[in-house]
Design a protein around this ligand. Sequence first.
Ligand code: PRP
Ligand code: URA
Length: 209
Amino acid sequence: MENVKVMNHPLIKHKISLLRDSSTSSKEFRELVSEIAMLMCYEATRDLPLKEIDIETPMGTARSEILNNVKVAFVPILRAGLGMMDGMIELIPAAKVGHIGMYRDPETLNPEQYYCKLPTDIARRDVYVLDPMLATGGSAVGAVNILKKAGVKNIKLLCIIACPEGIAAFTQAHPDVQLFCGTVDKGLNEEGYIVPGLGDCGDRIFGTK
Ligand code: PRP
Ligand code: URA
């Protein structure tokens, strides 16, 4: 699938392995999610536009490149997406940030939207949706629906662990959205958890279980 990119970097692979480990503490878990997000941000922003300028170095003039009028927004899906924010914003501090709250009903697995606050100029920005887990795909599909309704044209989704079911559902609903996955696992269990996955990402980030 040309719109799906699975990360192939040793550092990402290594950090995802540590993330999966059930003995990883909340502190380490949070640090890893942020670091993986930073590495994925590097991959997902390869197409940012550049312009040439002259820079005076101590040794002379360098024809050099800088970002050209980049307008991006990061939109974490609450709660777990928040864990990816620090790593992203460290690389692009000028990004604006929107929040979409999605709660997955444990019975139906359907996403329920409970919060949405987006930058007023979101329609003029390239938007990176952040959620560590792409399970059934319902939350990500719902979040992108909201962004498209708000007029956003260029959207990318970054998730750390995906599975075939989530990728199929997402790419079918939003074939125009580029999907970046840290890794792709075997599938879902009866409760809609990714296996082997890493468990409940929000609970592991925030220590709520
Ligand atoms: C988790 C995760 C995703 C969603 C993925 O959130 O962070 O948002 O599940 O599942 P899906 O692809 O089947 O929709 P959850 O609903 O557990 O909420 P939380 O982040 O607040 O814990
Ligand atoms: N949400 C999670 O946090 N983990 C999963 O495996 C699936 C959905």
